[in-house]
Ligand binder design. Structure first.
Ligand code: FE2
Ligand code: FE2
Length: 174
């Protein structure tokens, strides 16, 4: 868990969206979806590409899954994070606090004990699933994709679609 977090942070700092990533995105997203994808900031774009690639690896073990829905959702799952609001230091603090002291972090957020820029970044981060689903709804994405975006941080529930389980698993690995 902690190692994964360090890896995530490293990627957030240094990963690039190169030609291979752009080709990958264009293979799965139509033009309108691509403009949503490229409206995200660079660390979020690279994170989403890594999550989508991990989904493809996990997918080979699960034939019940709708690949198109899963990969579109993976590429857009963090669309609700406002571009360039959540800075590198915010990411570090959010990751450290949600990993080491998740209850305290959420309590502090609820009781508005954070202030200034960090409060805005943390609140936006906490709300990104709902915000992302709103953006996806306004862009008329398919209900399946909207559902995955909206629920990708929800804890596992009985009867949920297999795509959600895979997306959550891939997100946690990246
Ligand atoms: Fe997320
Ligand atoms: Fe994510």
């Amino acid at each position: 868990m902690v190692l994964n977090r360090i890896k995530q942070f490293w990627h957030a700092l240094f990963s690039k969206v190169g030609p291979a990533e752009i080709t990958f995105v264009k293979r799965y997203l139509n033009e309108q979806e691509q403009s949503l994808f490229f409206s995200m900031d660079r660390p979020t774009q690279t994170h989403c590409v890594r999550v989508a690639r991990t989904c493809l690896k996990l997918l080979s073990k699960n034939k019940q899954v709708n690949e198109k829905v899963l990969i579109k959702s993976a590429l857009l799952h963090d669309i609700g994070k406002p571009a360039n609001l959540i800075k590198t230091m915010d990411r570090v603090l959010i990751v450290v606090m949600t990993t080491l002291t998740p209850r305290l972090y959420h309590r502090m957020l609820q009781d508005k004990l954070f202030s200034g820029h960090f409060y805005l970044a943390a609140a936006a981060h906490a709300n990104h699933c709902l915000a992302g689903a709103d953006i996806a709804r306004r862009a008329n994405l398919s209900p399946d994709v909207i559902y995955l975006i909206e629920n990708h941080h929800r804890s596992e529930q009985a009867g949920e679609p297999p795509e959600l389980k895979l997306l959550r698993e891939a997100d946690a690995l990246n």
